[in-house]
Design a protein around this ligand. Structure first.
Ligand code: SAM
Length: 226
């Protein structure tokens, strides 16, 4: 079976939540997907050591979005559009994925990639501070997806939860933070922020939540119906 290489950051920390052999097995099951743009986006991530969610998590984003028939998605931290690729597929022709990133070059790259598969028309991409864009965006969302700098996770959760529809989802990547959430020496700011974020969500009576431990851990929290 083909083996997939862990990200550099995973090698450094050495605390991958799921047994790497199991992740390889799961990767093998979905690797035959051959959309050329997907392969190009993944190659760019590898070349630049850019932290995309990867195919296992990307697939789960599409499935989750389709399961709730999501039509309006807000992304905090879109990079060059890899996670948006999966959401854009899910929302369909009349859906909208609002992307945010603080780097213009990422938007330009996303436009090239997503236009090539006719998904750009489903995307509205803002350059700037994601939380500021969110505050200025009216209405409610089927999904709010958080992938910004980890120190900002608690504040993003607090604002995102206010605008998630009943039955809608809050999804956040990296919530196991390469296993640092259980490391003894976990006093760094980003780990502390992730620990606070995770606890806030599980303590929130308006949401039901679980963590998918795939790759670096994905939080999925569903707002209860009224
Ligand atoms: C982990 S990457 C996003 C990867 C993307 N979600 C994917 O899976 O393809 C995080 C991106 O968010 C940007 N970023 C971090 N904090 C941000 C913030 N508060 N507002 C806007 N962009 C931010 C970073 O520059 C980076 O491009």
């Amino acid at each position: 079976m083909k083996r997939f290489e862990p990200l550099q950051s995973e090698l450094l920390v050495g605390l991958i939540p799921v047994n790497p052999a199991i992740e390889c097995y799961m990767q093998g099951l979905i690797e035959r997907r051959t959309d050329s743009v997907l392969v190009e986006m993944e190659a760019l991530a590898k070349q630049k050591n850019f932290p995309i969610v990867g195919r296992l998590v990307g697939t789960s984003l599409e499935v989750l979005a389709k399961m709730i028939n999501a039509k309006r998605v807000f992304e905090f931290g879109s990079g060059y559009g890899y996670s948006a690729y999966w959401f854009a597929r899910a929302v369909g022709l009349n859906g909208q994925v609002i992307c945010t990133d603080n780097k213009l070059a990422n938007k330009e790259q996303a436009e090239i990639f997503l236009s090539s598969v006719d998904l750009w028309k489903r995307v509205t991409f803002y350059i700037g501070y994601a939380q500021a864009v969110f505050s200025q965006t009216e209405g409610f969302f089927d999904i709010c997806y958080n992938d910004v700098d980890k120190s900002e996770y608690p504040s993003v959760w607090k604002m995102a939860r206010e605008k998630i529809k009943p039955g809608g989802l809050y999804i956040a990547d990296n919530v196991l933070w390469h296993g640092k959430v259980i490391a003894e020496n976990n006093t760094d700011e980003w780990t502390q922020a992730i620990l606070e974020h995770n606890q806030l969500i599980f303590d929130d009576p308006e949401f039901d939540a679980f963590i998918n431990p795939t790759r670096d851990g994905v939080m999925v929290a569903r707002r209860k119906m009224a």
